[in-house]
Design a protein. Sequence first.
Length: 310
Amino acid sequence: MNRLPPLNALVAFRAVMETGSLVSAAQKLAITASAVSHRLKALEDHLGLELFERRSRAVFPTAAAYRYASEIAEAFDRISTATRTIEAIGNRDTLSIHCSSSFASNWLLRRLRSFTAHNSEITVTVSSSSTDQSIEGGLYDLVFTREADAPDEFRELSLGREKFRPLISPELLDSLGYPKKPNELLKLPVIRSEGAPVSWETWLTEAGVSNPIVNEMMVFESAALALDAANKGFGIVLESNLLSAEAETAGRLVPIFPEYQRDGREHKLMWREKRGAEPKIRSFRDWLENQLRYDFVDDEAYEPADALVD
C-alpha cells in the first residue's frame, strides 16, 4: 500500500487546522466547503481513523488530528523553503553542504566568504544540525563529518584530528589565577559541552586526577554555545582547537594545561566519488585544500590562525 496520502487532501487538512473551519479553509483554497469536506474524508479513509468530529456542519479536530498536524508541519515548511529557494536561484548552480551547527559557526562560515567571492556563479546552501549527517542519504553534495570511514563509493578529504584542552577567557584567568595542577579545576567554574567526544572526566583522568567528580556550572548541547559562554567568562570549557581557533587567535580564549591535550576525532569532507569531477564540487575541494595549507601545523593539529586565502 502506498503510505503517502493524497496531497490535495493533506493541503485541505492543513488549511482546516490553520483556519479552524471548513468555510474559511475553502476560501483560502478557492474551492467549495463541500470539496474540503470530501478531501478530509479521503484522508481519513486513507489513514483508517477519524481526524474530526462532525457536528451541525462544523468540524472539531480530534487528538489524532492535532498530532498529525504537528508531525507534517515540518514537511510543509521544507517544501515552502525549497520553493522559495528555487524561485530565487532559478537555474544557477547550487552547492549544498551539511555540517554540525558548531562547525558551521566556528569554522566554516568565517572562511566561506573567500569561496563565494571567487565562485559567484555558484549558490551555496549550508544546512546544519546538532549532530553529524550521513552523506549516504544523498540530500547534500558535500558533508563535513566526524564519521570514522567514508562509505563505499565515497571519497574524503581530511581536515586533521582535533585536540582537546581546557580553555578560559583571559579576564576569568586573571580573576582566578592559573591553577597549579589539573585537580584544582574541580574547584573552579566548569562548562560542559555535551557534544564533545572528549569528556571532562576522561581528560582529568588522563591528566592524573583520580576518580574526578565534575560539578559543572553550565551544560550546553553544542560546542558553539559552550565556547560562547566561555568567551563571556562563565567558566572553563573543554573543547576542540578546531572550533576554538578563531577565539584563540582573537585572544578571547586561552588554553590552560596544553601539555595534557587529548586527541579528538578526525574531521573530514565527504562526497560521492562519481560526482567528484562536477565543477562545483571540484572547485570547493580545491578551495578547501588551499585553505588547509594555512591551518595545518602538522598532519594532526590545527593552528589557531586567522589567515584566510583571498
